[in-house]
Design a protein around this ligand. Structure first.
Ligand SMILES: Cc1ncc(COP(=O)(O)O)c(C=O)c1O
Length: 478
């Protein structure tokens, strides 16, 4: 493709994207395609020759779009928001256009230095002290894995330089809760700790937050048993209920025992852009690492996850590589992000944050986050005030955990029957195409998460969802 052909096709593609975004609410939230339908509509053999841009766009429209879940739909209340501000999409496009590959500072000086500056802007915007330095990774899962690896090496006295974990006599232990995201246990397993050394600390039955007293007991019991507590992951905004582990208390318990604290604020990091939410992670300054995702609520297009550490030399001691072909005269005076994480080559991800912050401005992002917080509170109030309905967890951010309990023949449904009812009404909403919610388990029972926070979601959309929820349970209520 020549630059001239690119220009023509590129203008057409931008027009198409703008149209797609401005009509998102005219399509069903959830894709209606059957499994295999998209693949079945594509030729099984690779293209032998070339095709026209027009034909590719036709297939994009007729095959790909119907197979897409509309994440940016204002009636999407599932999982967590994965907002993609158009300003950040421009930054992503600029990154692709520059086609840079960050394998060393020398390979793309601006890639490294814009990332340094933008990570520091983000640090300031969420109120972290100058002690923190950041980098951009693809996901919070990678951030957590990176933290687990560094914690492993710290606790084992850099075992990787000798026999690795296989030479460590005292098992290294990870602490988390059942409410933590699945990426935490996955990271622990990938980092070699093993299931037997993942301890699930008790949570408060009302708030679902980690019990720091129990954490201390677990660590002391492990120490007595000859094990080495290595890392605790405190969730600031769990996936199920957005529960907030008491970071300050966790840090206190961990600090005296020399344990690494990783704060997983994948979702709630965005809330820290508004000062009135920052009490939720009070004590965070005592942690060792923090990850959070601008590619969730904040609205910088995926993939854009921030990983902050207080001591980057610990990252470097585990991640550093220095092959001869990557050396340059700038070594020792510049940041080499390849020494801060797992991949060598990196994209120019900082551009999407740079564009987003500059074109939209942080105040508009704050206004939107405050809107979502207020909308979630309003929604929870409606649910809590209606007989038969309940809000199951504190609404600290934008997620409302809901149940509906019908009374059948004078008896409130419970157990499996209640689960079947919950899954039925959630399915009815999702099948309608009008809205999407995520059923999820809490304390062994199904409930429905209503996750507020898509860019276009206003109060009217929550009103519509609430009406729909009450409508779909009607046939089952006696
Ligand atoms: C609390 C929490 N941590 C981690 C993750 C994983 O995020 P990522 O998809 O960036 O790996 C999620 C995803 O929703 C999450 O909610």
């Amino acid at each position: 493709m020549t630059p001239e052909e690119f220009r023509t096709a590129g203008y057409a593609l931008i027009d198409w994207i703008a149209e797609h975004r401005s009509t998102v609410d005219q399509r069903p939230v959830r894709s209606e395609v059957a499994p295999g339908a998209v693949a079945g509509a594509l030729p099984s053999a690779p293209p032998a020759g070339t095709d026209s841009f027009g034909h590719v766009m036709e297939d994009l429209r007729s095959i790909v779009v119907p197979g897409m879940f509309e994440m940016q739909h204002p009636m999407h209340f599932g999982w967590f928001p994965a907002n993609a501000e158009l300003s950040s999409i421009l930054g992503d496009l600029a990154s692709s256009g520059l086609s840079s590959v960050g394998i060393s500072w020398e390979s793309a000086p601006a890639l490294t230095e814009v990332e340094e500056v933008v990570c520091d802007w983000m640090r300031q915007l969420v109120g972290l002290s100058e002690d923190w330095v950041g980098t951009i990774t693809d996901t919070a899962s990678t951030g957590c894995l990176t933290a687990m690896l560094v914690a492993r090496e710290r606790a084992s006295g850099l075992s990787q330089n000798g026999g690795g974990l296989q030479g460590v006599k005292s098992p290294l232990v990870v602490y988390s809760t059942t409410q933590a995201h699945s990426s935490v246990a996955k990271a622990a397993l990938l980092a070699g700790y093993g299931w037997d050394n993942i301890v699930m600390v008790d949570t408060d039955p009302e708030t679902f937050a980690m019990d720091a007293g129990h954490l201390a007991k677990c660590m002391d019991a492990d120490l007595s048993a000859g094990k080495t507590p290595a890392v605790v992951v405190a969730a600031v905004g769990t996936t199920g209920t957005t529960a907030i582990d008491p970071v300050g208390a966790v840090v206190e318990v961990a600090a005296v025992r020399g344990v690494w604290v990783h704060v997983d604020a994948a979702m709630a990091g965005s809330a820290m852009l508004v000062p009135e939410c920052r009490h939720l992670w009070e004590g965070v300054e005592g942690a060792d690492s923090i990850s959070w995702n601008p590619h969730k609520w904040m609205g910088t297009i995926l993939d854009c996850s921030l990983l902050y550490v207080r001591d980057e030399t610990q990252l470097q001691s585990v991640m550093s590589t220095n092959p001869s072909y990557l050396r340059s005269t700038a070594d020792g005076t510049v940041t080499q992000y390849r020494d801060w994480g797992i991949p060598l080559g990196r994209r120019f991800r900082a551009l999407k944050l740079w564009f987003h912050l500059r074109l939209d401005g942080v105040e508009s992002i704050r206004t939107r986050i405050r809107r979502d917080l207020a909308n979630a509170r309003w929604f929870a109030e409606q649910v809590a005030a209606t007989p038969g309905w309940a809000v199951l967890a504190p609404v600290l951010l934008q997620t409302v955990c809901v149940s509906h309990t019908p009374v059948v023949d004078g008896t409130a449904l419970q157990g499996r029957d209640l689960d079947a009812h919950t899954l039925r009404w959630a399915k009815a909403i999702n099948d309608s195409g009008l809205a999407f919610v995520s059923p999820s388990m809490l304390d062994g029972q199904w409930m429905v998460r209503v996750s507020v926070g898509v860019l276009g979601t206003e109060r009217e959309h929550l009103v519509r969802l609430w009406q729909q929820m009450q409508r779909v349970i009607l046939p089952t209520v006696s």
